[in-house]
Design a protein around this ligand. Structure first.
Ligand code: SAM
Ligand code: SF4
Length: 332
């Protein structure tokens, strides 16, 4: 039976997509995402797998059709497959998807596919082993490329590469990354860096590379045509002449997409975050751990929380007050 959409905010936007952060831990320390020395959330404050499932099921009962598992690196969470299998069995969900750095895909690509994950996003910012190491601080490019091959072999319906381009770091790899993706039948999206978390590696205003700049570079080799295609996320897609794959751009700075926002996030500590760029939130963990709160009360709280969703984000790369929360806690 189709659920009717119950999650509508004050601006008339229907929320049918949640991003669940299953861990803030990660085997990488990407320079735009984390500081070199990170303090992670104490384990007792992290939602258990059972709590994560209960949250996913509550949202699904409220008409949510798409759940993205993210983090941190979702595939480093112990027993994460148990959660994936449980969520994959929720009938009303149209899509269960995952964003990963690819390092564990050699092991997990097949079980993920078997659990009903049809699409997967894999982050890849460089094809040069040294540069890859410098950007991720700890990552091994070979391991990720093996993971991408495993994902291709596992038969996902779509695989998308996500790349963050930074001036002075990897901007000269834009075309190589597009070639890499298209040669393998993969989509690719370029993400503008967002000011989340106080990082010490670089000045974001100086490395910022806009989607339009990236697209101009790609246009020197490929003919791109704008499409109206929507996958329920923030990407704007361009068709590539001669290819079935597409190039996407996630441009929180240069092309604000707030008016189309259909999603909310649940952070690793169970904070229902109504907007990536604001702090409006509700503590779901307190509800999940209160024996007096049953599923109906949990769902009612989530419906009420929709009133907190702000109209838009106000990212400003030059402002001194970046959002202190790191992307890994929030769920990218
Ligand atoms: N660990 C997984 C991964 O790297 O794909 C999932 C979590 S990660 C936070 C999700 C996505 O957010 C990645 O594609 C990453 O490149 C992107 N990301 C992280 N920090 C970012 C930032 N400050 N601005 C823009 N994108 C960011
Ligand atoms: Fe880890 Fe993903 Fe953040 Fe990189 S972007 S540090 S892989 S969570």
């Amino acid at each position: 039976m189709e659920n009717s959409p119950a999650l509508v905010d004050r601006f008339g936007r229907t929320v049918d997509y949640i991003r669940l952060s299953v861990t803030d831990r990660c085997d990488f320390r990407c320079v735009y995402c984390m500081a070199e020395d990170m303090t992670f959330v104490p384990r007792a404050e992290v939602l258990t797998l059972e709590e994560l499932y209960r949250v996913g099921a509550a949202f699904a009962a409220l008409g949510v059709k798409k759940i993205r598992l993210t983090g941190g690196e979702p595939l480093v969470r112990h027993n994460v497959m148990h959660l994936v299998e449980q969520l994959g069995a929720i009938e009303s969900l149209r899509e269960l998807v995952i964003t990963t750095n690819g390092s564990q895909l050699d092991r997990y690509a097949e079980p993920l596919r078997a659990a009903g994950v049809r699409r997967i996003n894999i982050s890849l910012d460089s094809l040069d082993p040294d540069k890859f190491r410098r950007i991720t601080r700890t990552g091994d490019l070979k391991q990720v490329l093996t993971g991408i091959d495993a994902a291709r072999a596992a038969g996902f319906e779509r695989i998308k590469i996500n790349a963050v381009i930074m001036k002075g770091r990897n901007e000269e790899e834009i075309l190589d990354l597009v070639d890499f993706a298209l040669e393998r039948g993969l989509d690719i999206s370029f993400i503008e860096e967002m000011p989340l978390g106080l990082i010490d590696d670089h000045d974001r205003a100086l490395t910022f590379c806009s989607s339009d700049e990236v697209r101009e570079v790609i246009s020197t080799r490929y003919q791109l045509t704008a499409t109206t295609e929507q996958t329920g996320g923030p990407s704007r897609y361009w068709a590539v002449t001669g290819s079935d794959n597409r190039v996407g751009f996630i441009s929180p700075h240069s092309h604000n997409f707030c008016h189309l926002c259909n999603r909310v996030r649940v952070t690793v500590e169970g904070r229902l975050l109504l907007c990536l760029g604001n702090e409006h939130s509700m503590d779901l963990r307190a509800l999940l751990r209160d024996p007096a709160v049953d599923d109906a009360a949990l769902q009612q709280a989530i419906i009420t929380a929709m009133d907190l969703k702000p109209e838009k984000h106000h990212f400003d790369l030059d402002a001194e007050t970046d959002i202190v929360r790191f992307m890994n806690t929030t769920g990218g």
